[in-house]
Design a protein around this ligand. Structure first.
Ligand code: SF4
Ligand code: SF4
Length: 439
């Protein structure tokens, strides 16, 4: 039986009122475009252009390399200035293609031409999605053509569309549900063609009444797509949590959603599937929320991939106060930024700037054994005990206490009165264990 919510979780300040009523506006880049070859989970793409080459809008410039990888597509026309390592959002140097925009936006042949998706075979749909470079746009960047190719199509009975957007401040998916309702539904219908026994559920948190009303109206004649309103609680949008809230099915870190008959996709990813399959338009842009108390005029922007983050700051009129913290993505699971000289990628949902850094301002103290972290953990693990193993770099002990089931949601760190950097420590332990497993 569907649960509708989950045990644990937190209710942080939402901050969504800053941008939720700001319609998206197109931001055209001024400077060079930088396309990291790694904008997804899996092998980086291989550059297939060289310095001096001319490229067009919609042209593939990076080829997917290996089973889990994704193509990279140029979002502008212009000339390749360099193929070299550049700083990416994670603070590492990544092989990137730098394109000087000619501002002509000349497109490859056939770009944007409508296609009759109802006559396409499954392999054709998957191949188009792969060539369009589509990845999960909610943050993880899992290549969509892989996600949509489970062992057995007929065993999938739920296609879950994550419209919960439970991270504070983010409103990019919310705006898409309002502004791109038809494309969203078309993208879901295209995806449902792959899974003959599935029904689609769009999951929306109850703090989004306008999106709920818009979708309810748009879905009135759809018999394979339903809307499910779920409780507003963080991390409602985490894949495992969402699957449980919708289906009551449980999974652990060794399983894929498809093992329990589910495929989960983000709203913007479904819209990108519609664009690619029905409109011959690859993934070259996304919606980015620019918000936080240090931002002058918060808003939502349609941004071409490769655009420099500093251009987003320019678009909002700069900062109203010196930012103490910059984050790419949501405040709970996003990445802290040390430079704005990095490009927007397929997984960039937001740029947040805050005048103070509450985490850095708080001194870390010893655990007072209050148990609050245990109460909020959606993974039903014991963060307080897990921390003892993480601090001792005891990977065996960490695994033994189900540390790999941590989804890195940050609820425990958020609630901890002692300011313990729990999630950060768990992230490091998980990376270390995963690296060991690869050896
Ligand atoms: S232990 Fe992991 S899953 Fe549990 S609250 Fe902390 S970060 Fe979230
Ligand atoms: S919330 Fe913090 S202080 Fe309380 S038990 Fe957990 S780690 Fe210890």
């Amino acid at each position: 039986m569907a649960a509708g919510t989950f045990k644990g979780g937190i209710h942080p300040y939402e901050g969504k009122e800053l941008t939720k009523d700001k319609p998206t506006t197109l931001l055209l880049p001024k400077g060079d475009l930088v396309y990291p070859m790694s904008q997804h989970i899996g092998n980086p793409a291989k550059p297939i252009v060289a310095k001096g080459d001319k490229v067009l809008v919609g042209q593939k410039i990076g080829e997917a390399d290996g089973v889990v990888s994704a193509c990279i597509i140029s979002s502008v026309s212009g000339t390749v200035k360099a193929v070299e390592p550049r700083l990416n959002v994670a603070g590492t140097m990544v092989e990137s293609i730098v394109v000087e925009n000619d501002n002509a936006y000349t497109q490859v042949e056939g770009f944007g031409v409508e296609r009759d998706y109802e006559t396409l075979k499954k392999e054709q749909i998957r191949s188009i999605i792969k060539e369009a470079g589509i990845v999960g746009m909610g943050g993880a960047g899992f290549p969509t053509h892989i996600k949509l190719t489970p062992k057995d199509d007929s065993a999938i009975d739920y296609l879950i569309i994550n419209g919960s957007e439970c991270e504070p401040y983010l409103t990019s998916d919310y705006r898409m549900m309002l502004e791109e309702t038809n494309r969203l539904i078309k993208g879901i219908k295209i995806t449902l063609r792959l899974f003959e026994n599935a029904k689609a559920i769009i999951a929306v948190e109850d703090n989004k009444p306008e999106a709920i009303s818009m979708l309810t109206h748009a879905l009135r004649n759809e018999n394979r797509i339903e809307l499910k309103v779920i409780k507003t609680k963080y991390p409602q949008g985490a894949e495992r949590v969402l699957i449980y809230a919708i289906t009551g099915r449980k999974m652990n870190s060794t399983m894929l959603p498809s093992d329990i008959g589910c495929i989960v996709n983000n709203v913007d990813t479904m819209i990108s599937v519609c664009r690619a399959v029905a409109e011959n338009t690859p993934l070259i842009k996304r919606v980015v929320t620019v918000s936080g108390d240090a931002v002058k005029n918060q808003g939502n922007f349609i941004v071409l991939t490769g655009t420099n983050y500093s251009e987003l700051v320019e678009a909002v009129g700069g900062f109203s106060a010196k930012p103490a913290k910059l984050i790419s993505g949501g405040p709970m699971m996003g990445l802290a930024l040390y430079s704005l000289d990095i490009p927007v990628t397929k997984t960039s949902s937001a740029l947040l700037a805050f005048a103070s850094d509450e985490v850095a301002d708080m001194e870390e103290g010893p655990c007072i054994r209050c148990g609050r972290c245990v109460e909020v953990c959606p993974g039903r693990i014991v963060p307080q005990k897990l921390m003892e193993f993480a601090e001792r770099f005891d990977d065996k002990g960490f695994e033994g206490l189900n540390g790999m089931e941590c989804c890195e949601c940050g609820c425990c760190s958020y609630i901890c009165p002692a300011g313990r950097h729990l999630t950060q420590a768990f992230k490091q332990s998980k990376r270390s264990i995963l690296n060991e497993r690869k050896k």
